[in-house]
Design a protein. Structure first.
Ligand SMILES: O=C(O)CCC(=O)C(=O)O
Ligand SMILES: [Fe+2]
Length: 442
């Protein structure tokens, strides 16, 4: 499917025009469905115009949930200025330590983690939080990420066998199918998509035809790289299990601020979904480094976007040269997010932590109490960056194609597509985005 992101983007999906508008001084917002980027017109010209609910929430939330003083303190003590190495004029960038919850705290259903969920995902939050000390995670991350350069260097004819144009490359191998903002194919990274939970989400032919990007079967390199399937499923399942517990605490936080009907919380929606999609990413080595890459230099490896699903689990990227792990030679390279106060922040988290970000669907369903996170990836620069590659894994946790999404009276994401107070399934909602932005309906 398309894992969505509303992208600002220096990328668009194959063949699509790229409406570029400035998001404040830098960010164009894009949308990504199942990890594939799609260009949308959704832009935050000002935080209050599009995201009306954010300011409304700030005023309507009970005092104990108003973070400003604590959040501001939190920000000022944890965010420090970082000098960027690029010579071209770059916006000020902050480096921060993300909000972290330890695994024992997370699995305690009686623990009150509302403040941390709010600091991470709320209207004044950073947009990301991490879970530390997850048993077994570090090894599963290493096992999978180390396979990424091996997959990317398989012979072209083998990778071709792993492609699935019918799903718009949302299963199996995808390289050069999305476009950069210049209109050129995005050759900077290759992706491998699969549903880590269900190899065959359904056998109903009409459904497979209607939602090929969700309902199709997985495509594994059974002969060329048999370890991939095992490693991908193991990591994907773990990130889903931990993410479900994050979703439980998100529900606890949101339910203090608005009524959530039985069975309509994020946790239950995600637990019954057949639509989760994992994406193993391989960023090809940066070329001799300069600042003249496609798009702005901040998003030189992956354009600005918000993910389209509900909750995205992310591993810390692994940098390698010739498939051997190395420390990244450019500390400015990696994941960036744009905060609610329009600051661009370099996200730093440990190899042994799982990061979670909010996607658009969670923002819509929680009426903005959970806020989607604009993010991008910056390539390393400088002489030493030559030959440096990056691998990472994202799990897009999304509602089932059949899941009814009750949209609020006032929709602030994709509002041009969503009639107010309507009830669409996630599959229908995704289709609307595809129809509008890809013009591919036949
Ligand atoms: O490479 C990363 O760290 C993030 C990738 C990402 O944002 C995505 O696939 O949607
Ligand atoms: Fe993303």
């Amino acid at each position: 499917m398309y894992t969505s992101r509303t992208r600002s983007t220096n990328q668009v999906h194959s063949g699509m025009p790229v409406p570029l508008k400035k998001f404040c001084n830098l960010v164009l917002k894009g949308s990504k469905l199942n990890g594939q980027t799609m260009n949308l017109n959704l832009l935050r010209s000002s935080p209050s115009s599009l995201y009306k609910s954010r300011s409304r929430i700030e005023f309507s939330a009970p005092a104990r949930f108003l973070p400003p003083s604590s959040s501001n303190q939190w920000r000022s003590c944890r965010i420090s200025c970082q000098k960027m190495s690029c010579k071209s004029p770059a916006p000020p960038v902050l480096q921060t330590v993300t909000v972290t919850i330890s695994y024992p705290e997370l699995i305690d259903k009686n623990a009150d983690l509302s403040m941390k969920i709010e600091e991470g995902f709320g209207p004044n939050g950073l947009g990301i939080l991490t879970i530390a000390d997850v048993p077994g995670f570090s090894l599963l991350r290493q096992n999978l990420l180390r396979l990424s350069p091996r997959l990317a260097s398989l012979p072209e004819e083998v990778k071709k066998e792993l492609e699935d144009p019918n799903s718009r490359y949302n299963f199996g191998w995808s390289h050069g199918k999305e476009k950069l903002e210049s209109g050129k194919p995005d050759m900077l990274k290759g992706s491998f998509y699969a549903n880590p939970i269900l190899d065959i989400p359904t056998t109903e032919a009409p459904l497979i035809q209607r939602y090929p990007s969700y309902c199709g079967p997985n495509i594994w390199p059974k002969h060329a790289l048999p370890e991939l399937e095992v490693a991908f499923k193991a990591l994907g399942k773990l990130i889903l299990d931990v993410g479900s517990m994050v979703a439980y605490h998100c529900d606890q936080y949101v339910s203090r601020l608005m009524k959530i009907k039985e069975d309509e919380g994020l946790e239950k929606i995600l637990l019954r979904s057949r639509c989760h999609k994992g994406r193993l990413l391989y960023y090809f080595p940066a070329e001799k480094s300069n600042c003249s890459r496609d798009g702005d230099s901040m998003s030189s490896w992956c354009g600005w976007h918000t993910d389209h699903g509900s909750l995205t689990g992310l591993t810390c990227g692994m940098f390698m040269r010739d498939a051997v792990e190395i420390p990244c030679p450019d500390s400015a390279a990696g994941l960036y997010i744009k905060t609610r106060t329009d600051q661009i922040v370099k996200v730093v988290f440990g190899e042994d932590e799982i990061a979670y970000q909010i996607g658009e669907t969670a923002e819509i369903l929680s009426r903005g109490y959970l806020c989607a996170t604009p993010h991008c990836v910056r390539a390393p620069k400088g002489e030493e960056a030559s030959g440096v590659e990056r691998s990472t894994f994202a799990l897009f946790m999304q509602p089932d194609w059949d899941e009814k999404l009750n949209f609020p009276e006032e929709v602030h994401i994709h509002q041009e597509l969503i009639p107010s107070n309507c009830a669409l399934t996630f599959g229908e909602y995704s289709e609307k985005l595809l129809d509008k932005y890809y013009h591919l309906k036949n």
